[in-house]
Design a protein around this ligand. Sequence first.
Ligand SMILES: Cc1cc2nc3c(=O)[nH]c(=O)nc-3n(C[C@H](O)[C@H](O)[C@H](O)COP(=O)(O)O)c2cc1C
Length: 170
Amino acid sequence: MELSGTEPVSPDQARFREVLGHFVSGVTVVTTMGQDGPHGFTCQAFAALSLSPALVVFAPARTSLTWPRIRSAGVFCVNVLKDDQEALGRVFATKGDAKFDGVGWGPSAKGCPILAGALAWVECELADVHDAGDHLLVIGRVLDLGAGEGHPLVFYRGGFYRGGFGAFPA
Ligand SMILES: Cc1cc2nc3c(=O)[nH]c(=O)nc-3n(C[C@H](O)[C@H](O)[C@H](O)COP(=O)(O)O)c2cc1C
C-alpha cells in the first residue's frame, strides 16, 4: 500500500516549528492571582473546546512558571490580545516577577487579572489536566466572559501581525 505522506515522521524541532507556524492563531495572556500577586504568560495554544458545558483548553509548557500558580489557584483568565497589544504579548513571553509592572488590569470575579484593553477575556476554573509531551493540556470550565471592540493581535510564522487588515504576508 502506498503510504507516502502518511508515515509517522519525527521532524526535527526547527522543521516542526517552521511548518506548524503556518497555522495562524490569536495571542492570549493567561493570568491568575497568586498569594504573592498576579502571574501570567503569553499563550498561543488556546482554543474553545466544548459548548455544553462551556470548556476551553490551553497548553502550558512543563517549564512554565505560571502554570503551578494556576494549578494552586484553581482559576485563571484567558485574555485575548488586541492588535495594539504586541508589547504585552512580548512582555508576558518572558520570565520573572516584573511582567505586570505598569500593566493596567482589573480583577475578574475570582480575582484573576483582566488586562486593560484586551479584546476578550474568559474566566475559568480548572477542570482537568492531561499529559501532552513537553506541554500539558489544561481544560477550563468557563465561569464568566466578555469581549470588547477591535481587531485581534495574531501570530503567524514566528511574527506578530495586526489582524484587521485582511491580508497576511505570503
Ligand atoms: C506568540 C507566543 C505564543 C506562545 N505560546 C505559548 C504556549 O502556547 N504555551 C507555552 O507554554 N508557552 C508559550 N509561549 C512562551 C511563553 O510565553 C514563555 O515561555 C513564557 O516565558 C512563560 O512564562 P512563565 O514561565 O512565567 O509561565 C508563547 C510565546 C509567544 C511569544
